[in-house]
Design a protein around this ligand. Structure first.
Ligand code: ZN
Length: 157
């Protein structure tokens, strides 16, 4: 599996996470290179991810700007739990558990969503989704049709 290619794509696209389905790979895998709430960097790949979110009084929502490599250049505020735990397997088949805070909490939820067929615009209000789509349409000419598969051409231009 070309995980190295995915990391290269994510880096050039300036993303913090990338799901295999976004680059045309039909496998349940995502990669991440993302800071947490303490600005500590976390890098890895998770197969068959399942996200656990806090419930009850532990559940606090963080409404921050969110973007997606599938909507390049467009951002909208989306409230998500500020803490998440993602479990799955690493590329060697070992069970792995990643505890996410801050942007990493958001990233783990966003990428797992992708593998379940949900993009973050699905979680926006109708109005916010319209604004996101408008931003995306205005910037779409800057990106190749198969972005983020071939982001290099964009960064060159
Ligand atoms: Zn995305």
């Amino acid at each position: 599996l070309p995980i190295c290619d995915m990391f290269a794509t994510m880096k050039v696209a300036d993303g913090v996470g990338l799901a295999a389905t976004q680059v045309g790979r039909g496998v349940a895998l995502f990669i991440y290179d993302c800071p947490d709430d303490d600005n500590r960097r976390h890098v890895g790949a998770i197969c068959n991810p399942v996200v656990e979110l806090p419930t009850g009084k532990d559940r606090r929502l963080d409404a921050s700007e969110e973007g997606c490599l599938s909507y390049p250049g467009a951002f909208e505020s989306l409230a998500r739990p500020d803490h998440s735990i993602c479990r799955g397997q690493d590329p060697w088949g070992e069970d792995v558990e990643v505890i996410g805070t801050g942007l990493l909490a958001r990233c783990l939820q966003h990428e797992t969503d992708h593998l379940n067929g949900t993009v973050f615009s699905d979680r926006l209000s109708t109005r916010a989704r319209r604004l996101l789509t408008r931003q995306h349409d205005e910037l779409a000419h800057l990106y190749p049709d198969d972005w983020p598969v071939t982001p290099r051409e964009t960064s060159a231009g």
